[in-house]
Design a protein around this ligand. Structure first.
Ligand code: SIN
Length: 307
């Protein structure tokens, strides 16, 4: 077996490095940078049942070691996706994951039903955690009952693997993870962005047009590692770790915490070839650490005894 191969529930991946939704385009926009067949899986920007214009600009702001965004899930809607993006996606020779969101539970279900009927993807990722679309209301993924109902509803319209992407903006992420599992999720991905705000002292205006948004990048990595550790110990589903990965030891850290794979997001903006670099660096780093299979690292953290 190839030293980088991993199983993610029903999905067999050539390696554990995926793109994070929203940071890698809506089909093959990044193909000029590297051979996309190298990806463990490609995860696309969220699509919604109906077209969305997105939020008032500015939509991104830099912060120390991080990035705030409030994009608002702009996209052409699922019919546009099926006609224009899906044919391109079908030609990308890797595992293809379509990320889906909706304003209501029924929109999630109908969106996945239509996509599933169109075919051409290998899995869905349900974005129940976007902090930027509810007009200040909490996302679906902050309520365990809604999470379970939503995932169960979607489970009823597709046999493809369901990855459920969790929000860190909750009191107890384990409760939400358990609800997603009860609804029929196959895999959990975490974390989406942490809510944050930045203000320009000269203008007294928030730096984002929607006042606040979601923080990503290296600043959130320790929060993400801790949540991956908690969830992977408590829920019997494979976990994809997300949050601030830019170096090979970041990948290893998430695997040790219990992730079976990772998604790389914000680092793509700084270094569009970060993923092939990590894929080049991972095998020699594993050898240095005396690890023969990347799967040997999953959950292998040696936590101190609780005091
Ligand atoms: C956005 O489009 O506002 C970000 C999406 C997300 O964080 O889920």
């Amino acid at each position: 077996m190839d030293m980088l191969a991993v199983e993610l529930g029903p999905l067999s991946l050539a390696n554990p490095i995926l793109t994070a939704s929203g940071t890698f385009g809506g089909s093959d926009e990044m193909a000029d940078f590297f051979d996309l067949s190298r990806l463990g899986a490609i995860v696309l920007k969220t699509v919604t049942l109906h077209p969305r214009r997105g939020n008032r600009p500015p939509r991104v702001a830099e912060t120390p070691f991080g990035m705030l965004n409030s994009i608002g899930l702009p996209n052409g809607g699922i019919d546009y996706f099926i006609e224009n993006q899906l044919p391109v996606l079908r030609e990308i020779p890797t595992t293809r994951v379509v990320n889906v969101a909706g304003d209501t539970v029924d929109q999630f279900i109908e969106g996945v039903r239509r996509l599933d009927a169109a075919g051409g993807m290998d899995a869905f990722e349900l974005n129940i955690s976007c902090p930027n679309v509810e007009g200040g209301r909490l996302p679906f993924g902050s309520d365990p009952k809604v999470t379970e109902v939503l995932v169960r509803g979607v489970r009823g319209v597709t046999d493809l693997p369901l990855i459920v992407k969790l929000s860190p903006n909750v009191t107890d992420v384990v409760v939400i993870a358990q609800a997603a599992a009860a609804g029929g999720a196959d895999v959990l991905s975490l974390i989406n962005t942490l809510l944050g705000m930045a203000i320009d002292p000269r203008t007294k205006r928030p730096k984002l047009g929607s006042n606040f948004g979601g923080l990503s990048g290296p600043a959130i990595k320790p929060v993400a590692v801790k949540m991956v550790w908690e969830v992977s110990r408590s829920v019997d589903l494979p976990v994809i770790g997300i949050g601030g990965i830019r170096d090979v030891d970041d990948v290893i850290e998430f695997l040790l915490a219990g992730a079976s794979a990772v998604q790389v997001g914000t680092a793509n903006y700084l270094e569009p070839t970060v993923i092939p670099r990590l894929l080049d660096e991972l095998p020699p780093r594993l050898e240095e650490l005396g690890v023969s299979q990347v799967t040997d690292l999953i959950g292998a953290v040696r936590p101190f005894e609780e005091i």
